[in-house]
Write a new protein. Structure first.
Length: 180
């Protein structure tokens, strides 16, 4: 019976895990006097995704702006992210969506990113079920002098378990920038 909880854990991790995609599109054209602001909400995000995850090569740590930064910059390009969220041991859905963006922007020399759009959607559900049944039947009989005596004993036990989890995907579009 000890293998059933392990099997459920493996199935759950497999259902909630997945691959993130982050596509970089370079900005082409004359740099402009991009908008700045005297203040903005900023969160520092590290791209490290934990042991055993894909893309765990070089780590990047960048400030993530949720509005225009307070200093001048050039635009390197945009990053579009599509990633699973709700994984075990994840900081938050927001961070899960931004980590691939930080990694991709860092690979292209960015000093920071500006979030343009970000959301999380549910794309169906995954269900994992496990069942176990065992039975024990015994019969004994006695035949002699035209007399038959028999005895039958049947016992059974059953264990069933299932779990349903939403398949959630995070999407983000960010601008990769380099400060002047």
């Amino acid at each position: 019976m000890n293998t059933i909880p392990r099997l459920l854990a493996v199935v759950l991790v497999a259902a909630l895990a997945g691959c993130a995609t982050a596509d970089f599109t370079p900005y082409v054209g004359a740099q402009q006097n991009w908008p700045t602001a005297p203040g903005s909400f900023v969160k520092v995000v590290n791209s490290y995704d934990g042991p055993g995850r894909s893309g765990t090569g070089k780590q990047y740590t960048l400030p993530v702006y949720f509005g225009p930064p307070n200093r001048r910059y050039t635009v390197l390009g945009s990053v579009d992210v599509d990633t699973p969220v709700g994984r075990l041991f994840e900081d938050s859905e927001q961070i899960a969506t931004l980590k691939p963006a930080v990694r991709k922007a860092g690979q292209h020399g960015a000093d920071a990113i500006i979030v343009v759009a970000q959301n999380v959607e549910t794309r169906g559900y995954s269900t994992a079920s496990v069942g176990n049944f065992s039975s024990n039947t015994s019969f004994s009989g006695n035949y002699g002098n035209g007399f038959f005596a028999g005895n039958a004993n049947t016992t059974g036990s059953s264990f069933d378990s299932s779990i349903t989890a939403p398949n959630r995907r995070g999407k983000a579009r960010v601008i990769a920038i380099k400060f002047l």
